[in-house]
Design a protein around this ligand. Structure first.
Ligand SMILES: [Zn+2]
Length: 600
């Protein structure tokens, strides 16, 4: 057993999330965490909503609400969506907790004390007509990199590059259109070049990463520049230094605070667990955390933050960059074991876009379809290592031909036949097992090592493929053995044996599919006469802020219960009722209905 941190990308709380988002960070991290727990590891799965920064401030201004009110609204929407998908977070929190502020400030102070945060005079904008500072969000102009005409002062939404307002071509105030005047202003920068050597050494020691992620990360080291970590903005974490703490116009940059969320959420989880030091088992680079591994899940647009910037912050905190230094008050902290990045999901051949309505929000999806139908699609056809396309016709085909006609049919026909002819799980005939029986049972048993090993290596597509092969084998076995023909008194013991074998393999396949399809796994466990929790589910709990801030909802759960990653013998004589279908067959008309909902 080891301690496994599943650090899941933080969704930005400026709107509901679409299925492209959850296919990148959400479902893969849950499959991994569920499997690792079933295999006996002590997993800590944390994340939360990312709530600071310019886009939330801008949108709040537009709607006439405070940024906090806007973040509250979308935090709740996102918490409910992730709950609906059954994502088993130990803690899904948010970046507006006082605990998070304190941890962010602790890292800032330690990095500053070690000399990795340096002040730099840059050009800041002021409004010529009022003489006041013009925050980044009120400046737009043409992106100097891609030519997009509506780039923001801090970032271009078209090419994704971070910008400074002074970089913009033809900058203008969004308030009154005037051209801002740039004057000297002081900001803090993270001295990234001071980590180039340590990062290179660390990346060279990584094993098992997806090759494109490792290559991309190493290339980033060739051009490391100091990176601004404060902005002209009122919405964010205050800068914890003398003379800066009380300034309302300067805040820590959102990217700096958001990546620290993995650590602050772990600390919050420990404080809520009754053992405030428990987080160290996953994080401490000293004795307490030495058997721990940390896996970070995200879409590919976030690789730089997880394979370069977050490790740099940790190296600086530990005092291990070019300037040396002492570890901060939390002690030396572990760097990531692996950065697990997914590619992009497109939608009917187009990039997801809320404004052009090329989008399917998680909530809308879950209103019309089951969570496991989406989880299945993402697992077998998601953007694991290539950009992939979601189409409604492919979703329909996968659901009807594979989930319903493959897995659902095996469950349904084997349980119905046993219920109808025996009312219970039949015993194995004393005549014993045939070669075909033994072969199928062995195939199912062997799949535990194969499927588990693939999930542990983040090859989930291949893993679910192996589990579905067991399903296909079992369906073929039933067709070959044709137990429905064995009705005479002489033949009935053999029918019982076949159904016993089939139900054993249904039970095994159900365990193999539990990380992918937890909702249906629980139902199938009950259809087989099982009691209690098979696949534990998260709950939404309203909690008080630990340090006196406003209350908020979190996702959490007790995942110590449930199935283990092993074949459990089915018990002859256990009562069975005729099953209700576990999966829903969809009508082909949904394809046209759904396409009609999409814009252009
Ligand atoms: Zn651009």
């Amino acid at each position: 057993m080891s301690h496994v941190l599943a650090a899941v990308a933080w969704p930005y709380a400026n709107g509901p999330r679409h299925i492209g988002h959850v296919s990148g960070f959400g479902v893969p991290s849950d499959v991994f965490s569920r499997y690792m727990r079933m295999a006996g590891h002590d997993v800590l799965m944390v994340s939360g909503t990312d709530e600071h920064g310019t886009p939330i401030q801008v949108q709040a201004d537009k709607e006439g609400v405070t940024p906090r009110e806007l973040a509250d609204r979308y935090n709740r929407v996102i918490v409910e969506d992730l709950h609906g998908l059954g994502l088993s977070y130990d803690l899904f929190t948010r970046t507006t907790t006082r605990n998070h502020y304190a941890v962010v400030q602790e890292l800032f102070e330690a990095l500053h004390a070690n000399g990795y945060i340096v002040p730099k005079v840059t050009m800041g904008a002021i409004s010529p007509s009022t003489g006041r500072t013009l925050p980044d969000r009120y400046i737009e102009g043409t992106c100097p990199i891609c030519g997009y005409e509506h780039a923001r002062g801090d970032q271009c939404d078209n090419c994704g590059n971070q910008l400074d307002p002074v970089d913009l071509v033809n900058p203008r105030s969004k308030i009154n259109g005037e051209t801002p005047r740039f004057v000297e202003t002081e900001h803090f920068f993270l001295d990234l070049p001071a980590f180039a050597q340590a990062l290179g050494k660390w990346l060279d020691s990584r094993e098992g990463w997806r090759p494109n992620v490792l290559r991309f990360s190493k290339n980033l080291l060739d051009d490391l520049q100091p990176r601004a970590i404060t902005r002209d903005l009122e919405w964010g974490v205050p800068i914890p230094l003398e003379g800066w703490r009380d300034r309302s116009d300067k805040r820590i940059y959102v990217w700096f605070d958001a990546v620290i969320g993995y650590l602050s959420a772990s600390i919050e989880w420990a404080r809520r667990s009754g053992d405030p030091e428990a987080w160290r088992r996953w994080w401490s680079a000293d004795a307490q955390g030495k058997d721990s591994r940390g896996y970070y899940f995200m879409g590919k647009d976030n690789i730089v933050f997880h394979s370069v910037i977050w490790p740099a912050l940790l190296l600086g905190y530990d005092g291990e960059g070019d300037r040396g230094g002492e570890p901060g008050d939390l002690g030396r902290l572990n760097l990531p074991t692996e950065v697990v990045s997914s590619e992009f999901l497109t939608m009917e051949g187009k990039k997801f876009s809320s404004s052009r309505q090329v989008v399917i929000y998680v909530r809308d999806f879950l209103e019309r379809y089951d969570a496991d139908a989406l989880r299945y699609f993402i697992a077998v056809a998601g953007p694991e290592s290539n950009d992939t396309d979601f189409t409604w016709s492919e979703f329909l085909r996968r659901n009807n031909d594979e989930l319903v006609a493959g897995w659902g049919n095996l469950v349904n026909r084997s349980i119905s036949m046993a219920a109808k002819n025996f009312g219970a799980i039949p015993p194995i005939d004393p005549a014993g097992l045939t070669e075909a029986d033994e072969a199928l049972l062995a195939t199912a048993k062997a799949a535990f090592a194969t499927v588990g090993g693939l999930i542990e290596k983040h090859r989930q597509k291949q893993a679910i493929g192996e589990a579905m092969k067991v399903v296909a084998e079992a369906n073929r076995y039933l067709s070959d053995q044709a137990p429905w023909k064995l009705k005479s008194d002489d033949e009935k013991p053999r029918m019982g044996t076949i159904l016993h074998v089939a139900l054993q393999v249904v039970s095994d396949a159900n365990t193999l599919l539990t990380p992918f399809l937890p909702h249906s796994a629980q139902k199938i466990h009950e259809l087989l006469g099982g009691v209690g929790v098979h696949a534990p589910m998260p709950s939404i709990v309203q909690v008080d802020d630990l340090d006196g801030g406003p209350a908020y909802p979190v996702l959490t759960g007790d995942y110590t219960v449930g199935a283990r990653w092993e074949s459990v013998p089915v018990e002859a004589g256990r009562a069975l009722a005729a099953p209700k279908p576990v999966f829903r067959k969809l009508d082909p008309s949904i394809v046209d209905e759904e396409l009609a909902r999409l814009g252009d």
